[in-house]
Write a protein of this length. Structure first.
Ligand code: ADP
Length: 397
């Protein structure tokens, strides 16, 4: 039986992730990653039918194009190429221009490129990946799915900073928010679990991965989120600092730090890594904390305290709250993180159900609070599936 497949591409500056998604079941038939682009050891690895393989790219040249060309050969060898009906690209920044998924044409591509000013690390890389995909699959419709789109429903009081209006008008300085596909997906899945229509569902979605953000979802729409003008804002993350007194940047520059050094410290050397001095990985933090490492303990405490503070503050954005929804690598798997966050929320009536918390791991969803208390749940995210589904929806529109 033939299947309809959507190729999902997430092109980064030195990497390219791909997944071939069955448009009906949502299953990933093939997943892969090209990495070390720009270096002599660039390669592409993939997983198909439980088997892993990899392929070295040429030492030099356009690695995005090489990776996609190799992918085309692979899809041909596996007999999957002719079943692909669309390509969906993850695009980090859609600015105020894109509040939903769009079909990519020359105009859209130019607009994504123009938004590079707001996402200098991401949008230029997406454009390279999109161009490579168009040259490899010129006959297929291609769609852009934006991380920022879900948050375009935020009211001005949530998205505007208390800065001179001119900065918003001249430069578009405002809160955009990211991880939109994930917040959108888990809010829909939460609605299903709650047995409510999405447009009547009110949840606080808590995406905790290497990057982390929280979103207040009111009647199915994002009304506030913790990442801001850039993905550095909000929660503490693997290597990002999250919210910070802007005076600290000033102070360091006055101390003679360059802008690049400050950026490096805030984005790559902060968070779990910076506070613990050990690792950016939550598992490593928890293990070290349990072994008595003081830095790891402090990192865990700052992280969980801040998550709980954000959840509490987002209650003012909602008239009612059906559930707190944990997702992302940490949110889906880390019992101690979820347990600690719920302890901080005791004043609101949250009570952990230890069995529920222990069961909702490794891809299992479930409620993690006791019956007849305010509800928290775990729902594994699936951003590739959202990208495939959004692409399919437009294809059939
Ligand atoms: P990304 O933002 O890069 O997509 P992920 O969503 O994959 O990141 O999350 C990565 C984080 O999830 C890491 O901090 C990792 O330690 C954490 N994580 C993954 N599995 C577990 C686990 N079993 N227990 C605790 N933390 C986990």
């Amino acid at each position: 039986m033939r299947h309809s497949l959507v190729l999902v591409i997430n092109s980064g500056s030195s990497s390219l992730k791909f997944a071939l998604i069955d448009a009906v079941s949502g299953d990933a038939r093939l997943t892969g990653l090209g990495e070390c682009f720009g270096l002599s050891d660039a390669s592409v690895s993939w997983k198909y039918d439980g088997e892993k393989s990899s392929f070295a790219l040429e030492a030099t040249g356009n690695h995005h194009q090489q990776a996609i060309d190799r992918l085309v050969l692979l899809l041909d060898e596996l007999g999957l190429k002719q079943d692909i009906i669309a390509i969906g690209h993850r695009v980090v920044h859609g600015g105020e221009r894109f509040s939903e998924t769009v079909k990519i044409d020359d105009q859209v591509l130019a607009e994504i490129e123009a938004l590079s000013e707001l996402a200098p690390l991401h949008n230029p890389a997406h454009v390279i990946g999109i161009r490579a995909a168009i040259s490899a699959f010129p006959y297929l419709p291609q769609y852009a799915v934006f991380d920022t789109a879900f948050h375009q429903s935020m009211p001005a009081k949530a998205y505007r900073y208390a800065l001179p209006e001119k900065l918003y008008q001249d430069f578009g300085i405002r809160r955009y928010g990211f991880h939109g596909t994930s917040h959108f997906f888990v809010s829909l899945e939460a609605a299903k679990l709650l047995g409510k229509p999405a447009e009547k569902t009110n949840v606080i979605t808590v995406h905790l991965g290497n990057g982390a953000s929280i979103c207040a979802v009111r009647n199915g729409q994002s009304v506030d989120t913790s990442m801001g003008f850039t993905p550095t804002a909000g929660l503490m993350m693997g290597t990002r600092c999250g919210d910070l007194d802007p005076g600290i940047v000033d102070f360091l520059i006055n101390k003679g730090w360059s802008q690049a050094e400050v950026q490096q410290a805030l984005n790559k050397e902060a968070g779990f890594l910076g506070v613990s001095g050990l690792t950016s990985d939550c598992r490593g933090i928890v293990e070290a904390m349990e072994a008595g490492h003081a830095g790891a303990k402090l990192a865990f405490e700052i992280f969980t305290y801040r998550v709980a503070k954000y959840i509490a503050s987002y209650m003012v954005a909602l008239d009612e709250l059906d559930a707190i929804v944990f997702t992302g690598g940490i949110g889906e798997n880390s019992l101690p993180v979820r347990s600690e966050v719920l302890k901080y929320l005791k004043i609101f009536g949250y009570r952990e159900d230890a069995t529920g918390n222990a069961n909702a791991r490794f891809g299992e969803k479930g409620v993690i609070t006791k019956p007849n208390t305010p509800m928290a749940m775990v729902i594994p995210t699936n951003e590739e599936w959202v990208i495939a589904r959004e692409s399919m929806a437009l294809l059939h529109a």
